[in-house]
Design a binder for this molecule. Structure first.
Ligand code: A2P
Length: 334
């Protein structure tokens, strides 16, 4: 099927995810008729390259969306809440990377490998899920189809790029400061992230879980269309620049051997099995960075429950966890 070229806007084009969105559109040869790049007034006039041509970044405004057919948003929740509906009213289909609309029952929350059929239900806005949730469901959904998941216990090891460009800068700056005997400046994270692990991503809800953890509970159920799945999450920020890693314990309804799980993962869309522990071969954040796949390994039986497996799941949070997933949704729209 040939795709009709579209007028595309990227909102938050200068950020960590926005920059990757522009690159992903180019790499996947998405048929773009005209590209508009929006950011804050601070970036006005900045130039970004797309398919060998320079594009000038424009300040985002209420009249930015005239003629835009697809708008990829990655400028934070507040901007999405304000400008998402404006873009949709102007006739664009919004693919929003923020959490603003994800749990809205009228908004599809889409991972193309899992629930592509929900895209057609959109009323102008489609939500791109949380990065940690995306990589987990890409790996777990094919196993769920075979043996039905009852309960997931997940601990994440999330890179600083999940907090945007400011997160990347902060780890960089803190490491440099520490090696040159300067004091550490903290802005993006509640504590020093260099040489540290922080069991807090986003703010705490009254029940003691962080919003990031609650996203993994709610979004997993919505995407897999399985409200009965129990999810017990702990989200941790680690001093890694790119890729999120996850230790995932799964309890199934029926038996699933590690061997069969490996076979399923090997053939599952978007997944790559990397599982040869005796040779120290398993998914690594550094190897996943810049790649499209969700890497899965360390698949082994959890002998403490009737039908349990443990897995190690790694993916580039800016690519499959954000930009790539959004562009894949745009491809389904075509
Ligand atoms: P800018 O670079 O001009 O600040 P990140 O998640 O990496 O921090 O990126 C956030 C993105 O959202 C950037 O492109 C940033 O633009 C953009 N952004 C932040 N505030 C606004 C705003 N008020 N209007 C439009 N874009 C914004």
């Amino acid at each position: 099927m040939t795709m009709e070229p579209k007028n595309v806007a990227v909102v938050g084009a200068t950020g960590a995810v926005g920059t990757e969105m522009v690159q992903t559109l180019e790499q996947r040869n998405f048929p773009v008729k005209n590209l508009r790049l929006f950011a804050s007034p601070n970036s006005e006039g900045k130039r970004m390259s797309f398919k060998g041509r320079d594009y000038v970044v424009e300040p985002l405004g209420e009249d930015s969306f005239e003629g835009v057919e697809i708008a990829l948003f990655s400028a934070g929740s507040e901007r999405s809440k304000k400008y998402g509906p404006i873009a949709a009213r102007a006739g664009a289909v919004v693919i929003d990377n923020s959490s603003a609309f994800r749990m809205d029952p009228g908004v599809p929350l889409v991972v193309p490998e899992v629930n592509p059929h929900t895209v057609k239900n959109h009323k102008g806005i489609i939500a791109n899920p949380n990065c940690s949730t995306i990589q987990m469901v890409v790996a777990l959904y094919p196993l769920h189809k075979r043996a039905r998941i009852k309960r997931i216990v997940v601990s994440t090891y999330q890179s600083v790029s999940g907090a945007g460009q400011k997160g990347i800068n902060e780890l960089n700056d803190q490491v440099r400061a520490l090696y040159s005997f300067h004091s550490v400046v903290k802005k993006a994270f509640p504590h020093q992230i260099a040489f540290n692990c922080l069991p807090q991503i986003d703010v705490f809800a009254p029940d003691g879980y962080t919003n990031e953890e609650l996203k993994m509970v709610n979004e997993t159920r919505k995407i897999m269309e399985a409200p009965e799945i129990l999810v017990s999450p702990t989200a941790v920020r680690v001093p890694v620049f790119h890729s999120h890693s996850e230790s995932v314990n799964v309890e199934f309804e029926s038996d699933l051997s590690p061997e069969e799980a490996k076979k399923i993962i090997s053939g599952a869309p978007g997944c790559m099995l990397v599982d040869d522990p005796p040779n120290s071969v398993y998914p690594l954040a550094l190897d996943a960075a810049g790649r499209d796949e969700v890497f899965v390994g360390r698949i082994r039986r959890d002998a403490t429950v009737k039908h349990g497996l443990n897995l190690w799941i790694v993916s580039d949070n800016i690519r499959k966890g954000a930009a790539l997933n959004a562009v894949q949704i745009a491809e389904i729209l075509q």
